[in-house]
Design a binder for this molecule. Structure first.
Ligand code: ADP
Length: 291
């Protein structure tokens, strides 16, 4: 297991790099489950791939590894020369905890295995050269995030949230954790932001308005965009056809594409960037005391 003390306040970046052929490793995180983190990861991976980039997607959400289902990949990976070949779907190379952990394995077994599994995913998978590798993390702030930051240099982390205050509380905790291990914070995505009625076109803010943007502002982080709550997005996930490929002309797909463009900009150094660590930690502390 990772030694937590090795992290506190120390830069952990650059200690090892198990995947030197990958240019940008981006973690997709969330403070809590069910906010649409995997949906966002799958759609962003496809959106990046549609720009012509070489993209990988690593499903490290060992408590609910549903990327294969969302990406429509029904069969597991194959072997080549004693290594694992990622499955390919919509041009994205993917590997999932679901391929390794039997569905019926009790949850308590999974935690302690995380470090080894992650290591195998980097060391034993033939990722080849990639422009972007997105990592779908388990929700919350646990061992996976810490292990990850020891194994590969993370270019940054994005956090997915829903707009209501209870979800935002967890966002701040998650962000503070990434800061602690010196992972740049690329910004906040607000999912299930609003609902547009398919019949009358009226817009309803189901989980209140603009919470993600307010949290981003408070923390001085980029706000990457909002995704509507929409049956087509859910159907895309259930049927293995992410909306970005199933209906590229839809406004929902455009929302994902916008966020992908912001990530590309951030990776090329043209984005807003994350604020200096001292100012961010101060803001996070303040936002806790203000509530
Ligand atoms: P998480 O990874 O945060 O646990 P998921 O991506 O698995 O969340 O999403 C949880 C459920 O919500 C899934 O059924 C998914 O299809 C659905 N969902 C996610 N985002 C949206 C959205 N914007 N509109 C409608 N349904 C969504």
């Amino acid at each position: 297991m990772p030694d937590e003390h090795a992290h506190s306040g120390q830069p952990s970046q650059g200690t090892t790099n198990l995947i030197p052929g990958v240019k940008h490793v981006i973690a997709v995180s969330s403070g809590k489950g069910g906010v649409g983190k995997s949906t966002v990861a799958a759609n962003l991976a496809c959106a990046l791939s549609l720009t012509g980039a070489k993209v990988g997607l690593l499903d490290a959400d060992l408590y609910g590894p549903n990327i294969p289902m969302m990406m429509g990949s029904t069969k597991g990976p194959e072997q080549k020369d004693g290594k694992i070949l990622p499955v390919e779907s919509y041009g994205v190379k993917l590997i999932s905890m679901a391929f390794l952990v039997p569905e019926e394995a009790p949850l308590v077994w999974r935690g302690p295995m995380v470090h080894q599994y992650l290591q195998a995913f980097f060391r034993d998978v033939l990722w080849g050269d990639l422009d972007y590798l997105l990592i779908d993390l388990p929700p919350g702030t646990g061992d996976v995030q810490l292990s990850l930051s020891q194994m590969v240099p993370l270019a940054g982390a994005i956090t997915v949230t829903t707009p209501q205050e209870v979800a935002l509380y967890d966002v701040r905790k998650g962000m503070a954790m990434f800061q602690k291990v010196n992972v740049p914070l690329l910004g906040i995505v607000e999912n299930m932001s609003y609902f547009v009625c398919g019949h009358c076109g009226e817009r309803t803010e189901i989980f209140s308005y603009g919470g993600g943007e307010r949290a981003a502002e408070k923390l001085g982080l980029p706000f990457l965009g909002r995704i509507p709550i929409d049956p087509a997005i859910r159907e895309g996930g259930d049927s293995g056809h992410p909306i970005i490929v199933a209906d590229p002309a839809s406004p929902q797909a455009a929302a994902f594409r916008d966020i992908a463009q912001k990530l590309i900009a951030a990776m090329s150094g043209a984005g807003e960037g994350s604020p200096p660590i001292e100012s961010l930690l101060k803001k996070i502390k303040q936002s806790f005391t203000n509530n």
